[in-house]
Design a protein around this ligand. Structure first.
Ligand SMILES: *Cc1c(COP(=O)(O)O)cnc(C)c1O
Length: 372
């Protein structure tokens, strides 16, 4: 096979090695270490949130956020169907019910106008997930939340550095979650963070993260917590990664602009948008196939693979997931936009090591598969 162009690769060429070496030299390898505090402070400052609680990954960040907000059996949380399973799983594990709304066909974000219609007397919170690097249209959703006294959980796992009306994503909601998985714009290998405004909520999150130890009676527990702690080694990577975030975003945007130049306006493709109120960080560069093409995204991915180009499919919406259907959830639900995105969307290589020449190969392969 030809040189395979990967979808994503991290870039660890800043201070990552030096900071990791410092952890090893000083012996600080667990969650008790100076980089953990430094990383939390840095993320909090960059989002304009007062409190940051680092955790083991983005999925448990969502678990912890929902638990700390007090989601209990019977509670409903409104969220997009077009997202990763971690969002719905966090609610379902607590006995709550995700109430799924469809996506906007242009921005691929949760349809803000559908949120108000999804509210019932059982609604406890709204989970706003920013998808693929572009912010969700937050203000209309915040207005609905305010008028009903609902909390907003922001899932900012895909939007490190993105802006909504000049405000940083991850700093918009009452509580926000990040992932630092290897394919995210800031990575610690595995890692996550929960941010919040309220000091009492922050203390609750810290307690739940660390087995609910009582501060004054260490091995006495009033409640069950978790060990969701992030290590100093991971945080060391995170501090270095944050130093490079501006460069990372500039690179992702430059790659996206070159793809845009090749694909925007093509009659058979829809490209990612950047609304005037948004700065898109292009976590991924997605394309959606026109319905006139005789193949779907999965067959398209095979054609691109034959040409040495790796791709990933779009999210499979939550309402078609066998695990939830088996639990009797979402039985007759149809959300056509998210179903269509799944059937016809995929994303292209845009990793930090992508060369200009590789990108030309990707562009040529995409155009060739559309002509054939
Ligand atoms: C990656 C991601 C997560 C989960 O993060 P992990 O660190 O992989 O557990 C949650 N939400 C969104 C939107 C994500 O993209």
């Amino acid at each position: 096979m030809k040189d395979f162009i990967p979808v994503c690769e991290p870039c660890l060429t800043g201070n990552e090695k030096a900071y990791l070496q410092e952890c090893i030299d000083t012996g600080w390898v667990s969650s008790e270490g100076p980089f953990v505090r430094r990383f939390e402070r840095a993320v909090a400052d960059w989002c304009g949130m007062p409190h940051a609680i680092s955790v083991a990954n983005g999925s448990v960040a969502l678990d912890l956020a929902c638990e700390a907000l007090g989601i209990v059996p019977g509670d409903e949380v409104i969220m997009p169907s077009f997202t990763i399973i971690s969002c719905a799983a966090a609610v379902v594990r607590l006995g709550g019910t995700p109430v799924l709304v469809d996506s906007d066909p242009v921005t691929w974000q949760m349809d803000a106008s559908a949120v108000a219609k999804a509210i019932t007397s059982r609604t406890k919170a709204i989970m706003v997930v920013h998808i693929y690097g572009h912010p969700a249209d937050f203000d209309p959703i915040a207005q609905v939340a305010k008028s009903h006294g609902l909390a907003i959980i922001e899932d900012a796992a895909e939007v490190h550095g993105a802006l909504y009306k000049d405000r940083p994503c991850g700093g918009l909601g009452d509580i926000s979650c990040f992932s630092f998985y290897a394919n995210k714009l800031v990575t610690t290998g595995e890692g996550g963070m929960v941010l919040c405004r309220d000091a009492a909520l922050a203390n609750r999150l810290k307690s739940l993260r660390n087995l609910c130890f009582l501060p004054d009676r260490r091995f006495i527990h009033e409640e069950l917590g978790h060990n969701f702690r992030l290590t100093n080694l991971q945080a060391a990577l995170g501090v270095a990664q944050l130093e490079s975030l501006d460069k990372t975003v500039a690179f992702k945007r430059a790659v996206a602009h070159r793809y845009d130049a090749a694909f925007k306006g093509h009659p058979l493709l829809k490209t990612p948008v950047e609304e005037e109120w948004a700065r898109n960080v292009y976590w991924v560069y997605g394309l959606v196939l026109d319905d006139r093409l005789p193949f779907d995204a999965f067959e398209w991915a095979e054609k691109l693979k034959e040409r040495g180009v790796d791709t990933r499919p779009f999210f499979a919406p939550m309402h078609i997931q066998p695990v939830f259907r088996r639990m009797g959830m979402f039985a007759n639900l149809s959300l056509p936009v998210s179903e269509r995105l799944y059937a016809r969307g995929l994303y292209l290589p845009n990793g930090m090591n992508l060369t200009g020449k590789q990108q030309e190969t990707v562009i040529a392969a995409v155009l060739e598969t559309l002509d054939a």
